[in-house]
Design a protein around this ligand. Structure first.
Ligand code: ZN
Length: 648
């Protein structure tokens, strides 16, 4: 044990144990024999409520429910329960709960049986917002639900698996209007369904107050190494020079392209020259999608070619293109309602950007929903929060059994203009021509490089980004910068002669943008050692000014990381810590129990250039990149140098 561990256990013991104790104290809200504490909610047409065999039963009515009649917190709590659908096909748990001064409902099994989500987020109900999750529920089976409400996030687990993690800042939270408002502040209801409930309990997440001197602190030797990394790296421009050379030499790096493979060779060669260890590529077979030639021409009310980009994975049009009148919609519900009108037309989704996860649904699922309504092609307003008449590409998908129609992106300005013309009563006709297609397979490589650990080389701390990009621009912010930031962390450890206890491994995943086979391939190739992966970190949100890190893992680990976050706050102004640790390439590792972490940056200018021709290296600020890299290096060094691995 070194100083850090001793201090965490001795001086910091109060903090850590107090925290854990608060975490472990669950208070039952249902005693299993009486309805004590729960009043019948005065819904019109409610079914009967009874306590039977240790369960609270809400018998089928229209809306049937109970309200908690005692005190309950409004934030920093967890609530868990088990729920079962006994009879019926709609939601068997509509849990209404407080979030600060607002309320939300967690709907489980709604909209015909399978929808889980939160109502309402920014005015959208649980079946059509970023929290929407589908699950096939069996009648007569118990499902364990856990809800966590903290000031920045709402997180939901179903049978131990996290299914919702919503950053609630800048979100409008409100109940759906109507009867459900009677469930405030805390209530559980079922819709046209008999539901059974048990094990209803809650706990506070507020740690007991402890004096400041008992906070865990970084051991001096770890801190000294972190200081050297931060001082040297935050003043260096070498990372930016490398990124610029990579971008200018190879251009865009789409998966399955020769440019990507040449870039990978170049990086491997440089990493070996840097003196990094175990440098190699790991092959991954990927499908090849090619954009080919493409265009959108407006034929009426005025003839004009519009800037556009096909979406990754889209089919092409027949030769000569598709010419059809346009229907403009702003959401999926409107599309379904207007299916009779939409048939045979090109759908334009004119959806303004709210938040990436929310708006990107029209890119990923738009072709499926448009085809279901009978459309012959679909176009989206690019997923962008700022418009310079630049179309943005990105991944899309099809669904088995639904017609595959071409799907492409317009610049936000043109989607708006088409909507204005239609609103004026001037029909808009477009001709869409695309030769996009999937053409066979190719072998790509994930890149691996290491600094072997001085004491526990078999225990691994992973950090990286994805080396592939879209086929436009240079993939500088997405995600060349993240790759170089991770690479620089290892290069500087080597250069400064710093070797932490555990192995630090840089992984540059391939094919993140269109399928994630690099991430799957890494998990398969390293499945035997995932138990010894201490953490996996990814930087894939751009390399703007760093703000901090999100972490998804145990509360005990979170408590141990607190001094590192505090250090990064002092040294780099990057002390932000939240629970949003997941990113695309590390999500498969999280599924296997590896704690994960993501670099958070100031994204104010990210979605202006994301997935466009304008994602070029001049958009990366050398100082911001250096600071991202320094923050990652310090965080990774601290974790790799812990006396004991981060608890899972
Ligand atoms: Zn990316």
């Amino acid at each position: 044990m070194n100083h850090w561990m001793v201090r965490v256990l001795a001086l910091g013991g109060l903090l850590l144990c107090g925290w854990v104790r608060a975490q472990e104290t669950w208070t039952p809200l249902f005693d299993g024999t009486t309805q004590k504490g729960w009043a019948n909610t005065p819904f019109a047409g409610a079914g009967e409520i009874e306590v039977r065999d240790g369960t609270l039963v809400l018998n089928q009515g229209i809306l049937t429910g109970v309200n908690w009649t005692n005190d309950f917190p409004t934030v920093d709590y967890e609530l868990s329960l088990e729920a079962q659908r006994v009879l019926g096909i709609d939601f068997f748990c509509g849990l209404t709960f407080p979030v600060g001064t607002n309320h939300l409902s967690l709907i489980v099994g709604g909209w015909g049986g399978s929808v889980v989500g939160l109502s309402n987020i920014d005015g959208d109900s649980a079946n059509q917002n970023s929290t929407t999750h589908l699950e096939r529920f069996e009648s007569g089976r118990w499902y364990a639900l856990k809800l966590r409400v903290v000031s920045t996030n709402i997180t939901v687990w179903l049978d131990g698996k996290q299914i919702i993690d919503l950053d609630t800042r800048e979100k409008r939270l409100a109940l759906r209007e109507g009867e459900i408002e009677r469930s405030k502040p805390l209530g559980i209801a079922a819709w046209s369904t008999t539901a059974a409930l048990r094990q209803i309990r809650w706990r506070s997440l507020v740690a007991p107050q402890v004096p400041a001197r008992t906070q865990a602190v970084l051991p001096p030797e770890t801190r000294a190494a972190m200081d050297r990394l931060v001082s040297a790296m935050s003043a260096s421009r070498e990372g930016w020079d490398r990124l610029a050379e990579l971008c200018d030499t190879f251009g865009a790096r789409p998966s399955a392209s020769p440019a990507l493979e040449s870039a990978v060779d170049w990086i491997l060669e440089r990493m070996r020259r840097d003196g990094l260890e175990n440098v190699h590529g790991e092959p991954v077979v990927v499908p090849r999608w090619e954009r080919g030639s493409e265009s959108v021409e407006m034929l009426s009310p005025r003839r004009e070619r519009l800037p556009m980009l096909g979406l990754g994975g889209s089919v092409g049009t027949p030769p000569g293109g598709i010419t059809a009148p346009v229907s403009v919609v702003t959401n999926f519900a409107e599309l379904a309602q207007r299916a009779a009108e939409v048939r045979g037309r090109i759908v334009v989704f004119n959806v303004p950007f709210t938040e990436y996860g929310e708006t990107v649904r029209f890119r990923s699922q738009g072709a499926i929903e448009a085809a279901k309504a009978g459309a012959v092609a679909s176009l989206i307003r690019s997923v962008a929060d700022d418009a310079l008449r630049t179309p943005h590409t990105g991944a899309m998908r099809y669904e088995d059994g639904v017609a595959r129609i071409p799907h492409a992106a317009l610049a936000p300005e043109d989607a708006e203009r088409i909507a204005r013309e239609v609103a004026r009563g001037r029909p808009v006709t477009l001709r869409l021509e695309m030769s996009a297609a999937e053409r066979g397979r190719a072998t790509n490589r994930n890149i691996i490089a290491e600094i072997r650990g001085r004491e526990k080389p078999d225990e691994v701390v992973v950090l990286g980004g994805h080396i592939d990009s879209w086929d436009v621009g240079q993939g500088a912010q997405d995600d060349g910068g993240g790759c170089v930031a991770a690479w620089e962390a290892l290069r500087w450890m080597k250069k400064l002669g710093l070797q932490p206890r555990r192995t630090v491994r840089c992984v540059l995943w391939t094919q993140e943008e269109w399928g994630g086979r690099g991430a799957q391939g890494y998990r398969e190739a390293h499945s035997a050692e995932l138990g010894r992966h201490v953490i996996a970190m990814e930087a894939d949100a751009g390399t703007f000014t760093p703000k901090g890190f999100g972490f998804t893992g145990s509360d005990a680990a979170r408590a141990m990381l607190a001094p590192v976050h505090a250090y990064l706050g002092e040294r780099l102004g990057a002390g932000m810590a939240d629970s949003r640790g997941v990113a695309a390439d590390i999500a498969p590792l999280l599924e296997r129990g590896v704690p994960v972490m993501s670099l958070h940056v100031d994204r104010a200018r990210y979605f202006r250039i994301h997935h466009t021709e304008a994602d070029t290296v001049d958009k990366v600020d050398p100082e911001a990149l250096a600071r991202c890299s320094a923050a990652m290096a310090a965080m990774v060094y601290a974790i790799a140098d812990l006396p004991e691995p981060l608890p899972r």
